[in-house]
Design a protein around this ligand. Structure first.
Ligand code: ADP
Ligand code: MG
Length: 364
């Protein structure tokens, strides 16, 4: 049998063998292969507008081939007839990787035509990409109409672990939101407010609130289009914004030392912690201290049930050398989520299109 497998390979770091999403993807591929099936991998990278060589999935071919111990066949041209023939002629356990689906305009339009074309490549479909579950895309929603569909092990584990915190958080619940995808992340704050005791902001979300609270944020990353919508909650007491920050070239690029201390103090009280989004431009060492302070505060609080999610957030834990320290802490109830925006949407009680599509098929 041939399985169409939707995975998340939206990974930015160069050395990605230890990446959470990559390791999860490999374990799912292996599990399907072990039963003698062929696997056709569907995935995306970044937010390309049309074809963009810098966002190709080709760099994954040698690494996947090495860890799977067999040559992975790359299919760069979306020639579905040719691909179908190649797959049919291949031996059991063969693995194919399709080029970045977002190169095709139909992907993010949830095109039925594209979904039908994809479905001709396989007998069954498995979605194991939680991080894209909040998108209405052909390879995660429309596809379920054309093939018998299942939820993969990563997706199932995400739903199980996040549901516990969503339905039954122990209080105080401290939610930390930073990063760059400001529109996506701020969109859920209103829904999270009734549940959370504190929402600590960094990155683009913090800058947007600071602007709304009357501070001059210069050219800092923020989402001005959201300010009107946020007006009713802009001065809400549960939403904590930085009290000092680091700047360069007129941009706020990290939270400052007093904010680090304030956030650490609040995190120390938490019984549940949810974190998505770095506090600053952590890729540059001088702007990594805010993000590191959050990781250290989480490390210190050994009782809180903790969920940390998001591509760059998990990467930052690795770079700042805190990931395994947090994972290894005894008695800690920790879940590392592959999702950033998807995780926040799920916790806020929003319906995720890909999960709804699978539920309609009784696949979840
Ligand atoms: P995640 O992948 O964890 O969900 P995002 O994709 O939303 O997080 O954002 C991660 C990016 O946000 C990082 O590359 C980081 O450099 C950037 N970032 C954080 N704070 C700022 C800031 N103040 N200004 C510009 N970029 C920021
Ligand atoms: Mg990201």
């Amino acid at each position: 049998m041939t399985y169409l497998l939707r995975l998340n390979l939206d990974i930015k770091e160069k050395n990605f063998k230890d990446n959470l999403r990559f390791k999860a993807a490999v374990s799912t591929i292996k599990a399907i292969q072990k039963r003698g099936h062929k696997v056709v991998i569907l995935s995306h990278r970044g937010r390309p507008k049309g074809k963009d060589g810098t966002l190709s999935l080709r760099p994954f071919v040698p690494v996947l081939s090495r860890v799977l111990n067999r040559k992975v066949v790359f299919m760069p041209d979306f020639n579905f007839d040719k691909a179908k023939q190649k797959i049919a002629a291949s031996p059991p356990r063969s693995v194919f990787l399709l080029e970045n689906l977002r190169f095709l305009p139909g992907e993010n339009r949830n095109s039925q035509t594209l979904a039908r074309q994809l479905s001709t490549l396989a007998d069954r479909y498995i979605n194991d990409d939680f991080a894209t579950a909040h998108r209405e895309a052909a390879s995660v929603v429309a596809i379920t109409k054309f093939l018998p569909s299942q939820a993969g092990p990563i997706l199932k584990a995400e739903v199980k672990n996040l549901s516990r915190v969503k339905n039954n958080p122990r209080h105080p619940l401290v939610v930390i939101i930073g990063g760059a995808k400001t529109e996506d992340k701020l969109g859920v704050i209103k829904n999270l407010l009734p549940k959370a005791d504190w929402i600590l902001l960094g990155g683009g979300p913090a800058n947007t609130f600071l602007a709304g609270r009357g501070f001059n944020i210069g050219k800092s990353l923020h989402a001005p289009a959201l300010l009107r919508e946020l007006k009713p909650i802009i001065n809400h007491k549960k939403i904590v914004t930085p009290i000092d920050w680091l700047t360069e070239g007129g941009k706020i690029l990290d939270i400052g030392p007093e904010t680090r201390a304030l956030y650490a103090e609040i995190i120390a009280q938490a019984k549940t912690i949810v974190w998505n989004g770095p506090m600053g431009l952590f890729e540059q060492k001088k702007f990594s201290h805010g993000t590191e302070a959050i990781a250290r505060a989480i490390l210190k609080n050994k009782v809180a049930r903790t969920i940390i999610g998001g591509g760059e957030t998990i990467t930052s834990l690795g770079i700042l050398n805190t990931r395994y320290k947090i994972q290894d802490t005894k008695n800690r109830n920790l879940f590392l989520s592959t999702g950033g925006g998807a995780m926040l949407d799920f916790l806020a009680g929003k319906k995720l299109p890909a999960i709804e599509a699978l539920r309609k098929k009784h696949a979840l």
